[in-house]
Design a protein around this ligand. Sequence first.
Ligand code: SUG
Length: 442
Amino acid sequence: MPELHLDGLVGPTHNYAGLSLGNLAATANQGSVSAPRAAALQGLAKMRLMLSLGVPQGILLPHDRPNLALLRAMGFDGDDARVLRAAAAEDPALAAVAWSASAMWTANAATVSPAPDTADGRTHLSVANLATMAHRALEWPQTLAQLRLLFADRRYFAVHPPVPQGFGDEGAANQMRFAPAHEAPGVEVLVYGVNAGGRFPARQHPRASAALLRRHSVARGHLVRQADDAIEAGAFHNDVVAVANGPLLFAHEQAFEDRAAVLALLEREVPGFVLVEAKASEIPLADAIQSYLFNAALVSVDDGMALVLPREARDTPNVWAFLERVVDDPANPIHSLHVQDLRESMRNGGGPACLRLRVALEDAALAAVDRRFLLDEARIAALEELVARRWPERIAPHDLGNPDLMHEARAARAALLDLLGIPAAELQAAEWQAAGALAAAA
Ligand code: SUG
């Protein structure tokens, strides 16, 4: 059973605004000049690699940014240029929220329960509310609209609105699915945070995780608490310190609040459970987080599993030495390492695993996915050509008040929709329907 990867195509407004407290890379790079064109090309190179590894690959689209509706709702008025200029002058941090390209990190788009895990045998997806961070809380309507188009066939898919905003949910970044193979019934472990009184917020609330398991009717679901120490060290999502695939958990020793209980649970529940763990004595938590070792994309390939790693992992000597030991050990299912340059995304705290949403699908369900979102070599090449021509080369903080950049970003996105054959009006209608359905249900 294939596992579709949906990567977020990095949008033309990618910038460094330091919006995410507790995400050390993002806050450290606040105010630096970004390179949206290079960022999108780096992401596309990763998608090409995934295709070459035999992984079906698709994209989620950048959202329409800057989000003028937000700025108008915050009291700025007049035409678009005036709204933008006034917001940037009066409240630059708010303007940056409106410009954020954060929808690129699609591991936060939704939580996905594949068909073998659910009571009705369909794949269930719940779009994440991303309630903790203002810039990310704006994402769900446009994400839901895209998921509704992608997974429209109700014979195979159920796409749910977000969990209510009072209960923060950050999607698959806090989900680990274990199964002997993709097609086998899985054990879904949803990781929540607490960190009461800590410096950094816990973004995934336990009630949201519990709600997801109920909504998706997951037969074998468990909640596990992330270590407060991990959140304090900068692991704002569980996927910064742990990743799972098949029967394998690849994680840092300090990822979970009660490590022994988590391992006992997995030993008991997961047939053939395998643990590949880095001890704090060989890789301090700080190095694991700085290098994004565990934010690798861990995928099944013909002869076992492969890890797609950011360059920062190779550049961190103790991390690379650990990885070489892992692949040299024949008892480990991970046989190959692939290093990708994702520097632009990494500087905002987004590694290979953040950039993709995994959706394990049987062949018939994969065939029912909206093909306009799916990629092959030729489409990747066409996207690269478009990005090279239309994406801004650089964005500095002072550009966020410039209406010309807004027009450039809008035109770039319009050209993208054109290339993919997705009419903007169709997306807009899906978005209104998505938002309306939620309002009606409330
Ligand atoms: O939510 N960064 C994102 C990174 C998300 C990474 N995703 C996973 N770990 N799955 C975040 O913190 C920074 C944007 C800025 O500061 O401009 C940002 O939103």
